[in-house]
Design a protein around this ligand. Structure first.
Ligand code: NDP
Ligand code: HSE
Length: 442
């Protein structure tokens, strides 16, 4: 039997699609719907018919029939002949209201909007469940890489322990350029914008908000709990310097913005979730160290499956549209065969562990006065807070010296207190950089 031939009696032969947004992602979605119409029809068992495309600027030439464009997404979503709504506008409002309306009216929704999902998956998933329709969002995490569906469906019978990786293309592009070509931070950021990787406001990328939103989505799915962006500890890359990358290289490391979601056990023996995003040193031998440019990689560790690695293009119009269209085909098939995808699963309701209790390793770079005994005093401050030093490197200067300390694993709170104490020491003229270190076993 070929795909699409097992047509259910009375099943629709065409499905109306509304695309909200025709920017980097939306333009590619419209292209795929148009160019691949025949294949999509065969895979779905019904034709996808573009009913309209919502944009802000109706005057700009878009290469599609002008009659399809509208600047009224609310009216488009409400049309009776729309069965599937694809939301690729970005931002919280109006997408939140538009998606809720679409779901309440029995339309399935596909969205790439991680910022929205990281806050409102709960209410939107409830609306989808009540209307018995699909809410899919594979494209919201790691662009083209299938990671949401593997976590939600393929690993549904396993116990996921950890989901960690590089989930922001813009920051990986910037850090790779700084490490590999010595490029300037601003130049690399501007190029990421030109290539369609960066968000409309790149603060979301460089300050780690985008990665934190994705971490919230991943942690929610992996640990069957509701985790929002506010639960994710977050630091961005805007204070990572060329000097840090050069120092990292001397320790055979590089710097990556990591998103880490894991099960941890608290002092009371209860399982919790740690979800955190920060730039960290990782050894050059670590698999994530070779992920460069706008590529993303996500490593999943599950009890029975073991370690799985997902790698590919994490941003950009066409790669993201590929993930969107995968969801559209799934939602469309469900319309044709009267099925529906998995519901949100939050039964475990694990609490989130505060960052202060999470064990991490630190890289601390500081400028110190060059005189006998300074190293000993500084080492004493680490010891006072119960933080053990793993390595020290001294880089000379005229009358000041750059000192780099790498610690063993200790609770993040103890490390933060150590850094505060160092900042107040007379022998330390400045703590210039504090980064975590990941991917080692010490
Ligand atoms: P763009 O800024 O390139 O495009 C946004 C589109 O939405 C534009 O066509 C814009 O219209 C339209 N739009 C915005 N607000 C309104 C409104 N109120 N009414 C009507 N139209 C509106 O964004 P992207 O395509 O880059 O991103 C879209 C979504 O996909 C975001 O949620 C983003 O986070 C997500 N995403 C993006 C990825 C990427 O690599 N770019 C990767 C993964 C997810 P106009 O063209 O007239 O300005
Ligand atoms: N701005 C995001 C990034 C787009 O750079 O990864 C993909 O989600």
């Amino acid at each position: 039997m070929t795909e699409g031939t097992a047509q259910r009696t009375g099943a629709p032969t065409e499905l109306g699609v509304a695309v909200l947004g025709m920017g980097n992602v939306g333009a590619e979605v419209v292209r795929i719907i148009t160019e691949n119409a025949e294949d999509l029809r065969a895979r779905i068992g019904a034709s996808l018919v573009l009913r309209g495309v919502a944009v802000r600027d109706l005057e700009r030439g878009r290469g599609i029939d002008r009659a399809l464009l509208t600047d009224d997404p609310a009216a488009l979503v409400r049309r009776d002949d729309v069965d599937i709504v694809i939301e690729v506008l970005g931002g919280i409002e109006p997408p939140r209201e538009l998606i809720r309306t679409a779901l309440q009216q029995g339309k399935s929704v596909v969205t790439a909007n991680k910022a929205l999902l990281a806050e409102y998956t709960g209410e939107l998933a409830t609306a989808a469940a009540e209307a018995n329709v699909d809410l899919y969002f594979e494209a919201a995490v790691a662009g083209a890489i299938p990671v949401v569906r593997p976590l939600m469906q393929s690993l549904a019978g396993d116990k996921v322990q950890r989901v960690a990786g590089i989930v922001n293309g813009t920051t990986n592009f910037i850090l790779s350029a700084m490490a590999e070509t010595g490029a300037d931070y601003d130049e690399a950021l501007a190029e990421a914008g030109r290539l369609g990787y960066a968000e409309a406001d790149p603060t979301a990328d460089v300050e780690g908000y985008d990665a934190a939103a994705k971490a919230a989505i991943l942690a929610s799915i992996a640990f069957h709990s509701r985790v929002t962006a506010a639960d994710v500890y977050r630091e961005g890359i805007s204070s990572v310097t060329a000097e840090d990358l050069a120092s990292a290289a001397k320790f055979d490391c590089t710097v990556k913005l990591l998103s880490i979601c894991e099960r941890v056990v608290g002092d009371d023996g209860r399982e919790r979730i740690s979800a955190r995003v920060y730039p960290a040193l990782i050894p050059l031998s670590h698999p994530l160290a070779t992920v460069s440019g706008a590529y993303n990689a996500v490593v999943v560790e599950a009890v029975d499956a073991g370690r799985l690695m997902f790698y590919g293009q994490g941003a950009g119009g066409a790669p993201t549209a590929s993930a969107v269209m995968g969801d559209v085909v799934m939602a469309a098939r469900n319309k044709v065969y009267s099925g529906r995808g998995p519901l949100e699963s939050t039964y475990a309701s694990l609490p989130v562990m505060p960052i202060a209790q999470v064990p991490t390793r630190y890289y601390v770079a500081m400028n110190v006065v060059d005189r006998p005994g300074v190293l000993e005093t500084i080492a004493g401050e680490f010891a006072k807070h119960g933080v053990s030093i793993a390595a020290v490197r001294q880089e000379g200067g005229a009358d000041a010296t750059r000192l780099i300390v790498i610690t063993h694993r200790a609770p993040d709170g103890a490390l933060a207190e150590t850094v505060s104490a160092l900042e107040n020491m007379e022998a330390v003229t400045a703590v210039s950089s504090v980064l975590r270190m990941e991917g080692t076993h010490e």
